[in-house]
Design a protein around this ligand. Structure first.
Ligand SMILES: [Zn+2]
Length: 128
């Protein structure tokens, strides 16, 4: 007789998400929590240049040369990703209203509700 656990594993459910990653996220959220990102964790790691920077935002772009979505201003400019693809105004730079794009127009911070649209990557743990 197969156990319930076997059945769940067969159904594709992973028993645990990456616990280490979750711990790191919790730490960041405590340290970096601000009013405008109170329900989500602030992101400041540029997936393109792999650096922690104060002006990283989420872009749902269609640039085929990169799979990065959380991108700093410098990389976004270099990749010529228009600010119209930007989804967030959550970085420290945005919060201080110092966010400026060199490539094309910069969207007004008031166009963003500071809701971080999260697109899950990899296994998702619904028990957070
Ligand atoms: Zn970058």
């Amino acid at each position: 007789m197969g156990t319930m656990k076997d059945a769940l594993l067969k159904a594709g459910l992973k028993p645990t998400a990456n616990p280490k990653e979750q711990n790191e996220r919790e730490q960041i959220s405590k340290k970096k929590m601000t009013e405008s990102v109170s329900h989500q964790v602030q992101r400041n790691f540029c997936e393109e240049c792999q650096q922690v920077l104060p002006d990283v935002e989420l872009y749902y772009h269609r640039n085929p040369t990169t799979e990065a979505e959380w991108i700093c201003v410098k990389c976004a400019d270099r990749l010529k990703i228009a600010d119209s693809f930007r989804q967030t105004a959550q970085s420290d730079t945005s919060i201080k209203k110092m966010f400026r794009r060199e490539h094309g127009a910069t969207r007004q911070a008031s166009e963003f509700k500071n809701v971080i649209a999260q697109k899950p990557k990899g296994p998702v743990n619904g028990n957070r």
